[in-house]
Design a binder for this molecule. Structure first.
Ligand code: F3S
Length: 396
C-alpha cells in the first residue's frame, strides 16, 4: 500500500527506507531525495537503472568530502550499477603524471570509500563507452554534465543533472524523484538553431555547443542543418553546451532519437554561421604556445585515440601531449597497440582523470585543447592559459 509523505507518494519499501528500517544512512539518503522531490513537485519516486556519481576528485571535494564519503561507506552499499566521474589523477600512474604524494594519498582514500560502497571504480565522464550503457527511455541518475547531455540527447535515456549527493542517494536507495527530464512533456525544445556553416572538426561542434549554451542557458535547443555528426562530435557539442549554459538535452534533426517526436512550430530561431564559429574560437583562446596538449574532454573514445595515432603516423608530435580516457578505453588501446603508437609519437594516455579535475596548475601554464568545455574551465580551475584549436592543428 502506498502512503503520502509531504507531497510525494512513497511505496511501502520507500517508506520503510525513510523510517530507518534499512539503517540510518539509507534513511538519510531517502530524506534527501524526498526533499528534492518535494521542491520539484515530483508525484513519486522511480527506480533507476544506473547511477554516475560526480565529486570524486580530491581537488574538487577536499577533506570535508572525503570525511562525508568515509562516513557513508561505513554502512551503505549501492543497489544499482554505479560508476564514478574522473578522479584527480591516474589511479595507477599518478607518479608518472607528476602528482604530489600527499594529494595521491587523499585521492586513494576517496576511491577506497567508493569501493567499500560497491561502486565500480570506473572513473570516467563517458560511462556509456565503458560498460554503463543505458537504453532508450531508461531512467537513470547521472551527474556529470556532459554524460547527462549524451545520455538524454544521443541515447534518449532520461536523467536530470544530478548533484554529487543526490546521485549518491539514488545509488544507495535505487530511486530518484520523478520530475524534470524524466517526464516526456519536459523534453520539448525551446529554440531552433539554424546551422548555416559546415562543421568539420570535433572542435567546430564544441564551439557551436559553447555558443548556443551561452545564448540559451538551461533551455533545450533543436539543431537544424547538421548533415552528419559522429558520436565524438555529438559528445563534444553536448559537453560544451552544458558548460557554457546548463543544457542537459538537445535534439539534432534526423540524428538524435527524439528529433522526430518533438514539435518545433513557432519556436524562436537562432542562426549559427561562419562568423559565430570564428567568434567562438577567438573567445576560447587566450594563450599562445602550449606547454602541453591534452585531448579527451569528454574522455577520449577509442576512435579518437586511433585518429590521433593516424595523424602522427611516422613522426613525433612537436609538443608533449596527453590523452585522458576511461580505464576500459586505455586498456583497449594498450591491447591493440595504440598506446605504444601514441608513446612513440611523444604522447601519454592517462586513465581515471582529466585536465580539469587533476592539479595540472602545478605542472603547466598553457594548455592546448580541442574541447570547448576544457577551454572554459581551465583558466578558472587550473590557472591555465588556453589554446583552443582542432586536433590536426594542435598536433602539427
Ligand atoms: Fe570529462 Fe573532465 Fe571534461 S570530467 S567532460 S574530461 S572536464
Amino acid at each position: 500500500m502506498a502512503c503520502i509523505i509531504a507531497t510525494m507518494y512513497l511505496t511501502k519499501e520507500q517508506e520503510a527506507m525513510l523510517d530507518g528500517e534499512h539503517g540510518s544512512i539509507i534513511a538519510r539518503m531517502m530524506r534527501l531525495l524526498v526533499r528534492l522531490g518535494d521542491i520539484y513537485n515530483a508525484e513519486k519516486m522511480i527506480k533507476v537503472a544506473s547511477v554516475q556519481v560526480a565529486g570524486v576528485s580530491y581537488k574538487s571535494i577536499g577533506d570535508p568530502g572525503l570525511e562525508f564519503l568515509q562516513d557513508i561507506a561505513k554502512e551503505a552499499r549501492v543497489r544499482v550499477l554505479t560508476f564514478l566521474n574522473p578522479a584527480g589523477m591516474d589511479l595507477e600512474k599518478w607518479k608518472e603524471m607528476g602528482i604530489d604524494e600527499s594529494f595521491a594519498k587523499k585521492q586513494l582514500a576517496i576511491i577506497e570509500a567508493f569501493r567499500k560502497m560497491c561502486i565500480i571504480i570506473s572513473a570516467t565522464c563517458t560511462p556509456y563507452l565503458a560498460g554503463n550503457l543505458p537504453h532508450y527511455k531508461q531512467h537513470i541518475a547521472w551527474s556529470e554534465s556532459s554524460a547527462v547531455s549524451f545520455a538524454n540527447s544521443v541515447i534518449g535515456a532520461r536523467t536530470n543533472r544530478e548533484g554529487g549527493p543526490s546521485a549518491l542517494a539514488a545509488a544507495i536507495t535505487g530511486f530518484t524523484p520523478y520530475y524534470g527530464l524524466h517526464l516526456d512533456e519536459n523534453r520539448q525544445p525551446d529554440y531552433v538553431i539554424e546551422v548555416k556553416t559546415e562543421l568539420k572538426h570535433n572542435s567546430d561542434f564544441a564551439a557551436m555547443g559553447y555558443y548556443i549554451g551561452k545564448a540559451i542557458k538551461n533551455k533545450i535547443p533543436y539543431f537544424k542543418g547538421i548533415k552528419e555528426a559522429d558520436t565524438d562530435q555529438l559528445k563534444a557539442l553536448g559537453a560544451a553546451a552544458a558548460a557554457s549554459g546548463a543544457v542537459a538535452l538537445y535534439h539534432v534533426d534526423g540524428i538524435t532519437p527524439e528529433s522526430d517526436k518533438v514539435g518545433i512550430d513557432g519556436l524562436e530561431k537562432i542562426e549559427f554561421g561562419k562568423d559565430e564559429l570564428k567568434e567562438t574560437y577567438e573567445m576560447l583562446n587566450n594563450g599562445e604556445e602550449p606547454d602541453i596538449v591534452i585531448f579527451g574532454c569528454p574522455h577520449a573514445s577509442i576512435a579518437e585515440i586511433f585518429k590521433i595515432a593516424k595523424i602522427l603516423e611516422g613522426r613525433k608530435a612537436k609538443r608533449p601531449f596527453w590523452i585522458v580516457t576511461s580505464r576500459a578505453t586505455k586498456e583497449m588501446a594498450r591491447k591493440i597497440g595504440l598506446e605504444e603508437a601514441i608513446e612513440k609519437a611523444g604522447g601519454k594516455i592517462y586513465a581515471d582523470t582529466c585536465m580539469v579535475v587533476s592539479p595540472i596548475e602545478n605542472l603547466f601554464k598553457t594548455t592546448g585543447v580541442n574541447s570547448a568545455k576544457a577551454a572554459h574551465y581551465l583558466p578558472g580551475f587550473c590557472k591555465q592559459k588556453v589554446v583552443f584549436n582542432n586536433m590536426e592543428a594542435l598536433l602539427k
